[in-house]
Design a protein around this ligand. Structure first.
Ligand code: CO
Length: 211
């Protein structure tokens, strides 16, 4: 077995001991149930660990991650996570957190075929097309990449607001706001994109559902 594989099992034992040294009931209490106030939708990238970068303890954040933090309205995985978070856990905030230097977003800007993932990345290419005039006007490629990362996050925030799950929650008076962040791999800081949606009124009329 590799050293890394052995190490992570040892790390787990150490982590349990550390937690129990501070609070002997730590795991006993967690086992009783969860009541997280936040759903995190982030990139699968190994450098953007949800709990760690926001100092969240176990039990504080419900997490969904996929390549390029996408909210695809026909993705049963995402919809199931969202439904459980909103309707069972009654989470109050959803954060879509992208990150600068995202490989998925970068791939969407290019033409190279990578394999089956091309079909996932197609969704990001569609977003490029919606914002093509603006993005093509940015001469500096790095700057264009950064802006595309930000635009992608904003679109995913709106895509969450368009779901029947979120709109039904708002209709029933449930407190729920959706936010967009971008994490800086080279700084550790998140930038709040200041897209905070807490009703369906900001959506184009065609997406507004009546119940
Ligand atoms: Co990424």
């Amino acid at each position: 077995m590799s050293d890394f594989y052995k190490k992570i099992l040892e790390n787990n034992k150490k982590w349990v001991e550390e937690k129990l040294a501070i609070d002997k009931d730590f795991f006993k209490d967690l086992a009783k149930g969860q009541n997280p106030p936040l759903l995190w939708i982030g990139c699968s990238d190994s450098r953007v660990p949800a709990n760690e970068i926001i100092g969240a303890a176990p039990g504080e954040v419900f997490v969904h991650r996929n390549i390029a933090n996408m909210v695809i309205h026909s993705d049963m995985n995402m919809l199931s996570v969202l439904d459980y978070a909103v309707n069972a856990l009654k989470i109050k905030h959803i954060i879509v957190c992208g990150h600068y230097g995202c490989g998925g977003v970068k791939a969407a800007m290019g033409n190279e075929s990578i394999g089956i993932i091309d079909n996932w990345i197609r969704h990001i290419k569609d977003i490029y097309r919606y914002h093509q005039t603006y993005l093509d006007s940015i001469i500096d490629e790095k700057e264009r990449f950064n802006k595309f990362v930000e635009i992608n996050v904003k679109e995913q925030v709106y895509d969450l607001a368009k779901t029947s799950i979120v709109q039904a929650a708002w209709k029933s008076g449930q407190e729920l706001s959706i936010h967009g962040w971008v994490y800086g791999l080279n700084s550790g800081y998140v930038t709040d994109l200041d897209v905070n949606i807490d009703s369906n009124e900001k959506l184009d009329n065609v997406y507004q559902l009546k119940f």
